[in-house]
Write a protein that binds this ligand. Structure first.
Ligand code: ATP
Length: 249
């Protein structure tokens, strides 16, 4: 399959069991999934369904016990940790519920770091950072550290960091899960805006209202996909995000 026609992301037969203190948790029990370029896919389901585990597998943050993942048509089976780190920098931006910013680095350094690690020349990394922070309404916050910002602002910094290398795929794990209604609206509006510009997004959320901002909703239950439906009212139609924007403070 050629790069241009291959799905941005494809998974086949993914299985993952967590072995902890108690009984093993069969978090992902056989998942096949394909995400085309430009899609905004929400994976939704109850707490404990295995959504975060699935997202971690898709981003190479955890390894499946069985199954395979392809990025832009390239099989990742042979990737070790170092290779996944390199590929993530290039191909996958990730935002998390609790932002995961580096607490003692400035906003500017948090955003520039993945670009510098990917070998982008410092001047270009700075320009990318400036453009993204301006777009995300964070100009003037460059020298702040994350602890000096609101949750919504920190998530916008995390979004800038995730997008600084223009990855084909953005993975978002409950990105509004620790935000108030205003922060939630902000983050969802931004995801929709980037999607409308062509960004491929996979969003994990337990909140059906947020899932309705996507144009395809996958229902996840007990480690399996139980429904996979295109929504008429996705943001491309300008309808899906409206429920999110009506969230009250
Ligand atoms: N590192 C781990 N060690 C042991 N068990 C784990 C681990 N991570 C997840 N689990 C278990 O795997 C199952 C799926 O968890 P996961 O976090 O993927 O679900 P989720 O749908 O994202 O839930 P939530 O919406 O509450 O975050 C749960 O039973 C959870 O307790």
């Amino acid at each position: 399959m050629s790069e241009s026609t291959a799905p941005v992301l494809r998974a086949e037969g993914l299985v993952k069991t967590h072995y902890g203190e108690g009984a093993p948790a069969h978090a992902v029990r056989g998942v096949d999934l394909s995400v085309a370029r430009g899609e905004f896919v929400a994976i939704t389901g109850p707490s404990g369904a295995g959504k975060s585990t699935l997202l971690h597998l898709l981003g190479g943050l955890q390894r499946p016990d069985k199954g395979s993942i392809w990025l832009d048509g390239e099989c990742t089976d042979g990737y070790d940790e170092a290779r996944w780190a390199v590929e993530r920098r290039r191909r996958i931006g990730i935002v998390f519920q609790f932002f995961n910013l580096v607490s003692d680095l400035s906003v500017a350094d948090n955003v520039e770091l993945p670009a510098l690690l990917a070998g982008v020349p410092p001047k270009q990394a700075r320009a990318e950072r400036e453009a993204l922070l301006e777009e995300l309404g964070l100009t003037g916050k460059e020298r702040s550290v994350p602890g000096e910002l609101s949750g919504g602002e920190q998530q916008r910094v995390a979004l800038a960091r995730a997008l600084v290398n223009h990855p084909p795929l953005l993975l978002a794990d409950e990105p509004a899960g620790s935000l108030d209604s205003r922060g939630t609206r902000e983050v969802m509006r931004l995801l929709s805006r980037f999607h409308q510009r062509g960004q491929t997004i996979v969003l994990v959320t337990h909140d059906a209202r947020l899932a309705s901002a996507a144009d395809r909703v996958i229902s996840f239950f007990d480690g399996r996909i139980v429904d996979d439906a295109a929504l008429d009212g996705g943001p491309s139609s300008g309808k899906g995000i409206s429920g999110v924007l009506e969230l009250k403070d």
